[in-house]
Write a protein that binds this ligand. Sequence first.
Ligand code: 13P
Length: 250
Amino acid sequence: MRKKIVAGNWKMNKNLAETNALLSDLKTKISSSSKAEIIVAPTFVNLSNAVEKLEGTEVKVAAQNMHQAENGAFTGEISADMLKGIGVETVILGHSERRAYFGETDQLLVDKVDTALKHNMSVIFCFGEELQDRKSDNHFSVVESQLQNGLFHINSESWDSIVLAYEPVWAIGTGETASPEQAQEMHAFIRNTIAKAYTQDIADKVSILYGGSVKPNNAEEIFAKQDVDGGLIGGASLDVDSFVAIASAV
Ligand code: 13P
């Protein structure tokens, strides 16, 4: 059976004191009976602290990004080795905000994915269409090309380290969620695209998360869809009660 996952992408929010408060609240409130694997992705400077605070719990810590090079003169950047060195085993790559504001291209993501896999890290690979793509009925071809150009160079074995996160850009931070039917339709398309490029078995095993304005009041019906294996949560993950409610909706 596919793994259910609920991940919180905290983006550029929460200083150290706020991070600690959120983590201790989360530790108390998260139910060990949640059927989902829980992941939180604080900002870089608070990752080490999060790993320490969450030691002994089932909650995993992910980075929101990393550089593709092993090391060197890349001022301001963070490497896979640095993340692994503090106990971070998972990285979010290809988030639409990285693509839109920091110029991340499919080609760059190929390199980032390769570096992460080389370091035995798990990758939460994000992709999704913009509003104009959906309006012009190009959403399937945009998603297909993001997968083909950014991810489908990996070998079959590497799929064990991949989680997909379909995040339609028009639904991120807007309060406008894809309907459960729209999410299911796209997730089924994604699975089918993987089955065609690889095998049905690989497609059946990969967890595909939905992201974009998931809240406690809509999580259950989205997560109930057959091909939706959990969520990547932005805004609502900054509030422990909301995040815990979403995690329990899987
Ligand atoms: P929101 O849940 O705030 O829409 O953000 C989704 C997201 O971008 C998670 O990575």
